[in-house]
Design a protein around this ligand. Structure first.
Ligand SMILES: *Cc1c(COP(=O)(O)O)cnc(C)c1O
Length: 365
């Protein structure tokens, strides 16, 4: 049996109706900020439960434009998680702001108890990352941001429809940033991103920023970016969005099956499953003894497991100028050495999950 990581051929294997919509769309020539985009934005806002959603050209830009719309300037310090995907940090650096890292805890998200230690005069914003489908504890983070008057932008790229006490990722802060990249839970056929907010002024500002600051055809009111969500991708998004809830619940069911099957293996530790959280498992990760040998063994058995990520972003060459060094974030470091990700997507068969569990058992026995 083969257990592949990428399910994309299956995701779009049966979409004749989508091709019909795309053909109709191409005939309209409505390629820039067209009707399907407006439709997708309305559906997305409804899905998350915010007043607005603004399509942009990537999840990275969703973070970047959120920071700019909130007035973040070059030189400002922006706090984020030491274990995140490069894009979060890229968005901060792109506007000349300075990333300041905080270690994560075993939920893979920023340890909110360590945030106040790194706040300085220059701190202007916090970008919590809802990594892997877990969520940063926003019940703790929002009061800290209020105490120090800091902007919060949620990086919810991996956590669509995740929630804490029923309140969804993306709805806790000024804005929430989502990615529609092919590898994300709600995925289109290219790059894409979307920002949710319920703030009228931020909504207006974001719409200007994504389209060159153009108020209308002849008036540029602020200098902006070319960061529109491709209307063709919005057609794909409109096709997939009714399935988003099903995608989340199938991933949750798969994770449950893994949890049960792996729980009696001593060398595997399952991360905390907090009751008030809805974890949507963009990644299904556990802690494994002899991780690298396990990874190789699974590969030999046609199981594509992965590591997210073997070298944490804070230790990457590109960020050497920030002067962080190995050991600064011990939890992140230990995750890099011990975590393993198993396929968990909505197209996985129960037999495949059981096969992974069986092979993990075999490895340790
Ligand atoms: C994917 C991702 C992004 C950015 O997404 P792109 O659409 O690829 O630009 C940002 N943050 C995290 C945590 C991500 O996983």
């Amino acid at each position: 049996m083969k257990v592949r990581y990428s399910y994309l051929p299956q995701q779009f294997g049966n979409c004749d109706d989508l091709w019909v919509s795309l053909k109709k769309f191409v005939e309209t020539g409505d390629f820039t900020l067209g009707k399907p985009l407006k439709e997708f934005e309305e559906k997305f806002a409804e899905l998350i439960g915010t007043k607005y959603a603004v399509g942009v050209n990537s999840g990275t830009d969703a973070i970047k434009l959120s920071l700019v719309a909130n007035g973040i300037q070059p030189g400002d310090e922006v706090i984020t998680a030491a274990n995140t995907f490069v894009a979060t940090v890229g968005a901060i650096c792109e506007i000349g702001a300075v990333p300041v890292f905080v270690d994560c805890d075993d939920t893979f998200c920023m340890d909110t108890f360590k945030v106040e230690e790194v706040i300085t005069e220059k701190t202007k914003a916090i970008v919590p990352v809802h990594f892997s489908g877990y969520m940063t504890d926003m019940r703790k983070l929002i009061p800290i941001s209020e105490k120090y008057d800091l902007v919060v932008v949620e990086d919810a790229c991996q956590s669509i429809l995740g929630s804490i006490e029923g309140k969804k990722a993306g709805t806790w802060a000024s804005t929430g940033a989502f990615s529609l990249h092919p590898l994300k839970n709600l995925n289109v056929w290219s790059d894409g991103g979307i920002i949710v907010t319920s703030n009228d002024e931020l909504n207006n500002q974001l719409r200007l920023l994504r389209n060159h600051g153009l108020e209308n055809r002849n008036t540029v009111s602020i200098m902006g970016f070319n960061s529109r969500l491709d209307t063709l991708q919005a057609v794909v998004g409109n096709w997939l969005i009714p399935k988003t809830e099903e995608i989340a619940s199938q991933r949750i069911a798969n994770a449950k099956r893994y949890d049960v099957g792996l729980s009696n293996i001593d060398q595997i530790r399952i991360p905390p499953r907090l009751e008030e959280y809805r974890i949507v498992y963009h990644l299904y990760m556990v802690f494994a003894e002899e991780r690298d040998r396990l990874l190789a063994f699974l590969k030999d058995n046609a199981i594509e497991a992965k590591i997210h990520y073997p070298i944490p972003i804070y230790r990457q060459k590109a960020l050497k100028y920030l002067n962080y060094k190995a050991g600064d974030f011990p939890v992140t470091d230990s995750h890099a050495d011990n975590l393993i990700s198993f396929p968990c997507d909505q197209h996985l068969e129960n037999e495949q999950i059981d096969f992974v569990i069986e092979k993990v058992k075999e490895f340790y026995s």
